[in-house]
Write a protein that binds this ligand. Structure first.
Ligand code: ZN
Length: 619
């Protein structure tokens, strides 16, 4: 998954450092807990499960669900459960809170007694009947890639947020009939049931919950890549050029195909809503959201989003980390591998975009510089490793607060950087014979295609196999540990060097991250060891004035540029509801101008490895 947060983190010292942060996710299953019921004992009789989803009053935001559950071995107390999260987005979201008007009847229409036994379980007294018809409504008024929305424009349906599953029946097949409002059309990655209108089939619940629906008067365009049909459906107006999007997406798909040698689906669906932001990966579809008037000014960001979610069809959906599938839908699914599943996918956005010539080699390198700048200004890099950050996604990355800068790293941002460095390291060690492509290909052939998940140890071993040497030091320091990254030790392999550009001249700085909110200047976060942090500014303080002058972001930045390190300033701030004056001594810091450039006098090997990597000559 990828979340586009259009956040401008304005460091006073660095006037406009723009972090375009991506976040995204997937899931893990507790293998001892999440049993695969169909695999045990004598062949059990499979239940029949048919859903009907209606939307008769879109303006109420209520999706109406009827679930027919017929089972020859129906228990005395049948339990229907709502997932608490959806794979790809690692946060407990409590979808059950939107369920209302629940009823349960037998095949003859007689009421069955039921009660809730925990937050997401409806227990029904079956009294010997073999068929239950449960009906309920789900309030759906939140457009994100992991929730559902119904209104007078469309329905976007995230099945994990809508459809109950019978306890211990996650391997069961089901059908879904969608009854659209008015003349709306229905799109989903699920295969159609022949000779029926808007009825689809899911072979099990992992597939069902992995297949969102878009129901509206969407625009659409279809195209073929490597003989496979692909389709965009777009709800919402905007300044997009659909044929151009299809052409550029086809280039991205071709580059993915070149890496893996196949497109492992019958067809692929891109669902695009021109509101919200971000994307979520699925087996043969993706849900994308992008601002309606951003398709010209931020077109490359849009293509990055497309490349990211599409690449996931291999990396995470099929090349699966230890615990990410089959899934436990009722609990957190912990993994230490999101830095590869997400960070690696974020890195391959740029790789695919570069290979498809949708970005230049300079743009590729500039993106690394931006990531290094962000990481090096984040004290949290000494607090959490990439594995820590992956494991704690559920309580940290998805629940960021003002202290995140001090106690977290992003498994997306640092993960992308470390995957880039790992790629360079493998290329250097193998003298260009192997790359991170080979790691992915191996994981695809030896794990994905054999239906095995990979562990952190499997990943390291595969990287070492391709490098032809131990990478334990690399993994210890940069994946499992919090060591400062020695960029030059790695980058020199392809003839690049990293320089901080730090000069002797230090300029005055305060170090608080700020946000201009209308006419209010608000402190958003305080990185450790900055003057603002050490001298008592708080997150959420509103800075009203500096030395008696009205404070705005622009003014403060300009005012500080004329001060010197150790100068004193007086800030007037609102803390909660009280006005305060705080005297501060400014710190001094060298201006950072991080750059990746060519080494002086590169060797022929360095030149060749660079050319193989970025497709242009090193200069
Ligand atoms: Zn992702």
């Amino acid at each position: 998954m990828k979340k586009i947060i259009n956040t401008k983190l304005l460091l006073i010292f660095i006037p406009a450092l723009i972090f375009s942060m991506y976040q995204e996710t997937s899931a893990q299953r507790n293998k001892t807990k999440a049993k695969k019921p169909a695999a045990v004992a004598a062949k059990p009789i499979a239940p029949t499960i048919n859903y009907t989803i209606s939307m008769s009053k879109p303006w109420t935001h209520l999706l109406e669900v009827e679930m027919l559950f017929n089972w020859a071995t129906m228990p005395e107390k049948a339990e229907l459960k709502m997932p608490v999260w959806t794979p790809g987005s690692y946060l407990i979201r409590e979808y059950a809170r939107h369920v209302e008007s629940f009823t349960a009847k037998d095949a003859g229409g007689n009421d069955l007694t039921w009660r809730k036994t925990n937050k997401n379980t409806w227990q029904i007294e079956t009294k010997g009947v073999k068929e239950i018809v449960a009906r309920y409504n789900v309030y759906a008024n939140e457009l994100t890639v992991r929730t559902s929305e119904l209104n007078d424009e469309h329905a976007f349906i995230s099945p994990a947020a809508l459809l109950l599953f019978p306890k211990d029946q996650l391997n069961a097949a089901s059908t879904v009939k969608v009854v659209p409002f008015g003349n709306w059309k229905v799109a989903t990655g699920l295969p159609k049931v022949e000779n029926q209108t808007n009825v689809f089939r899911a072979e099990n619940f992992d597939v069902l919950y992995d297949s969102p629906f878009e129901v509206s008067n969407f625009k659409e365009i279809s195209f073929v890549v490597q003989g496979k049909p692909h389709r965009y459906v777009v709800t919402g107006e905007g300044n997009y050029d659909l044929p151009k999007i299809a052409r550029d997406t086809a280039k991205i798909i071709e580059e993915g195909y070149k890496i893996f040698g196949d497109l492992p689906y019958n067809d692929y669906l891109f669902i695009l809503n021109t509101r919200g932001g971000g994307g979520l990966e699925h087996l043969n579809s993706t849900a994308l959201q992008f601002g309606r008037f951003n398709f010209t000014t931020r077109y490359k960001d849009f293509l990055n989003l497309v490349a990211h979610e599409f690449f996931h069809l291999w990396n995470v959906k099929r090349i699966k980390p230890d615990t990410l599938g089959p899934f436990d839908y009722e609990n957190e699914n912990y993994t230490r591998l999101l830095w590869f599943a997400e960070g690696g996918t974020a890195y391959y956005e740029s790789v695919l975009m570069r290979r498809a010539d949708l970005i230049s080699a300079e743009e590729f390198t500039t993106a690394r510089e931006t990531q290094i700048l962000a990481l090096q200004n984040r004290p949290g890099r000494f607090e959490a490793s990439l594995e820590d950050s992956s494991f704690d996604a559920w309580i940290k990355y998805y629940r960021q607060d003002e202290n995140a800068v001090n106690n977290q790293v992003s498994y997306y941002d640092k993960g992308e950087l470390v995957n880039f460095l790992l790629d360079v390291e493998i290329r250097k060690a193998s003298n260009g014979a192997k790359s991170l492509d080979d790691v992915l290909r191996y994981l695809y052939a030896e794990y994905a295609k054999k239906n095995k998940n990979y562990s952190p140890e499997d990943l390291q071993k595969t990287c070492e196999m391709m490098a032809g040497k131990s990478l334990n030091d690399f993994f210890e320091k940069y994946v499992r540990g919090t060591a400062e990254i020695d960029y030059n030790a790695v980058l020199s392999g392809i003839g690049l060097r990293f320089s901080t550009g730090e000069s002797e001249n230090k300029t005055a700085y305060l170090g608080a991250n700020l946000r201009q909110d209308g006419d209010k200047l608000i402190v958003t976060s305080l990185p450790k060891e900055t003057p603002a942090y050490e001298q008592g500014l708080n997150a959420s303080d509103q800075i009203v004035a500096v030395d008696g002058n009205r404070a705005t972001q622009t003014f403060l930045s300009s005012y500080l540029s004329e001060r010197k390190p150790n100068d004193r300033i007086k800030l007037t701030v609102f803390r909660f509801d009280e006005l305060r004056e705080i005297e501060m001594t400014l710190g001094g810091r060298a201006k950072q101008d991080f750059q990746i450039t060519a080494v002086e006098n590169p060797t022929e090997d360095q030149k060749r490895l660079y050319r193989e990597f970025l497709g242009v000559e090193l200069k």
